[in-house]
Design a protein around this ligand. Structure first.
Ligand code: AMP
Length: 290
C-alpha cells in the first residue's frame, strides 16, 4: 500500500489565513513564513526546512505576484505547479500553503503601493525599475496577513533580501528576516524556477555564471584587490557562452551593495546575465580578513 503523506493545509483566502494563524499564535506558537512564487525546487525547500527547524508553524506562500513583473516580462509563462508543490511540501511536513488568487490579493479598487528607495534603485532596480516596488508590496501584505515571527529568504536573490530588510527597518515591521544560502545543481547552476525556460544547449552555457563567480573568488582569495581585474576575468569566462549577454557584474559592499573599486574586507559579487531569452542572476559572498 502506498505510503500516505498528509498534504499541507491549503489556504486561498487572506482572511482565513490570518484567522488560522491568530489561533495558533494565541497558543504561543512561533510562525515562520517562506514567501515563494511556486514551481518549488530544493532552494525553496531548504528555506521551508530552516523555518521548520526554528519555528512551530511553517507557512509557505505560493503566489506568482503580478505586481513584480513589468508588462514585457515573463508573468504569463512563469511556471505554475501547485499540485506538485503541495506534494513536495508534504514530504517535509509543511503546515500551511497560502496560495491566494490574484483577485484576493489585489481586489478591484486596490490602490496602495510600497516604495523603498536607495538599495532598490541599483542593479536589478536599474534593469527592472518597478520590480522591487512589487516585491515590497506583496511581502508587506504577506507579513501583515501572517504576522510571521521570522520570514525566510534565499541568498539567491541577494538584493531582494537587502531591500526587504530596509523596508522592515524603515516601516517598523516586527517580522525578522532570515537569509539562507544558495542551493545549486550538482554542476554549480543556482536552482531557479526560470531554469526550465532554457534549451539543453542554453542550460550548458548557463554554467558560465557560477564559473565566473568561482574564478572571481579564486582571484580574490589569492590576493587580487583590483575589481577591474576580477571583472575582466569574469567577462572572459562569460564570453565563452555564445548566447550570453551581461546585464551587470558588480563587486559590492555586502550591506550597501555599492560598488567597490578596490576589494577590502567582505564583498559580494552580483551578476545578471541573459542566456538567450532567459535572464539569470547569481551571486557569491566572499569573506576576507582585510
Ligand atoms: P521565488 O519563488 O523565485 O520568488 O523564490 C522564493 C524564495 O526562494 C526567495 O527567497 C528566493 O531567494 C529563494 N530561492 C530561490 N532559488 C533559490 C536557491 N537556488 N537557493 C536558495 N534559495 C532560493
Amino acid at each position: 500500500m502506498a505510503e500516505e503523506v498528509l498534504k499541507p493545509y491549503l489556504v486561498t483566502d487572506p482572511q482565513e489565513m490570518s484567522e488560522r494563524l491568530d489561533a495558533l499564535r494565541a497558543q504561543g506558537k512561533k510562525i515562520g513564513l517562506v514567501p515563494t512564487m511556486g514551481a518549488l525546487h530544493l532552494g525553496h525547500l531548504s528555506l521551508a526546512l530552516a523555518a521548520k527547524n526554528e519555528c512551530d508553524v511553517v507557512v509557505v506562500s505560493d503566489f506568482v505576484n503580478p505586481t513584480q513583473f513589468a508588462p514585457n516580462e515573463d508573468f504569463d509563462k512563469y511556471p505554475r505547479a501547485l499540485d506538485a508543490d503541495l506534494s513536495l511540501l508534504a514530504k517535509i511536513e509543511t503546515d500551511f500553503v497560502f496560495a491566494p488568487p490574484a483577485s484576493k490579493m489585489y481586489p478591484s479598487g486596490f490602490d496602495a503601493s510600497v516604495h523603498v528607495g536607495g538599495v532598490s534603485k541599483i542593479l536589478e532596480g536599474a534593469f527592472r525599475p518597478t520590480h522591487f516596488d512589487g516585491v515590497c508590496l506583496v511581502v508587506l501584505k504577506l507579513f501583515n496577513i501572517t504576522r510571521a515571527d521570522i520570514a525566510y529568504f534565499g541568498q539567491k536573490d541577494y538584493q531582494q533580501v537587502a531591500v526587504v530588510k530596509k523596508m522592515v527597518a524603515d516601516l517598523n515591521v516586527p517580522t525578522k528576516i532570515a537569509m539562507r544560502p544558495i542551493i545549486r545543481e550538482r554542476d554549480g547552476l543556482a536552482m531557479s524556477s526560470r531554469n526550465s525556460y532554457m534549451t539543453d544547449d542554453e542550460r550548458k552555457q548557463a554554467l558560465v555564471l557560477s564559473r565566473a563567480l568561482d574564478a572571481a573568488e579564486e582571484l580574490i582569495k589569492a590576493g587580487e584587490r583590483e575589481s577591474s581585474v576580477v571583472y575582466d576575468k569574469m567577462r572572459e569566462i562569460i564570453a565563452t557562452a555564445p548566447d550570453a549577454k551581461i546585464d551587470y557584474i558588480r563587486i559590492a559592499d555586502p550591506d550597501s551593495l555599492l560598488e567597490m573599486d578596490r576589494i577590502a574586507g567582505n564583498v559580494v559579487i552580483l551578476e545578471a546575465v541573459r542566456i538567450g531569452a532567459t535572464r539569470l542572476i547569481d551571486n557569491k559572498l566572499i569573506e576576507r580578513k582585510s
